[in-house]
Write a protein of this length. Structure first.
Length: 115
């Protein structure tokens, strides 16, 4: 499975951004899809996931209510809608796919939130 994340860019604090991840080479509808992020100098952090049927789980209070994950199984895409962005959301965002564990990873897309 190949994953291509896109949509990252520079945005002002308080703004919104929608990241996309396109999958190819596998049966997208059987995979759970996840979003992770890694800020400069920090370890990779789990942001959230969405099951094949669309059930979502988010990591921490810092993103709950601001970030929303959705998927389109027909188009083999998953999205991360990010609202009310904060400077601390600055990171490279990665999408991942898997069944029991996240076995497949995309290359990441950089999100920079300016204050």
């Amino acid at each position: 499975v190949q994953l291509q994340a896109s949509g990252g860019r520079l945005v002002q604090a308080g703004g919104s951004l929608r990241l996309s991840c396109a999958a190819s080479g596998g049966t997208f509808s059987v995979y759970s899809m996840g979003w992770f992020r890694q800020a400069p100098g920090k370890e990779r952090e789990f942001v959230g996931r969405i099951s094949p049927s669309g059930v979502t789980l988010y990591s921490a209070d810092s993103v709950k209510g601001r970030f929303t994950i959705s998927r389109n199984n027909l188009q083999s895409t998953v999205h991360l809608q990010m609202n009310s962005l904060r400077p601390e959301d600055t990171a490279t965002y990665y999408c991942a796919a898997g069944i029991d564990t996240f076995s497949y990873w995309g290359q990441g897309t950089l999100v920079t939130v300016s204050s």
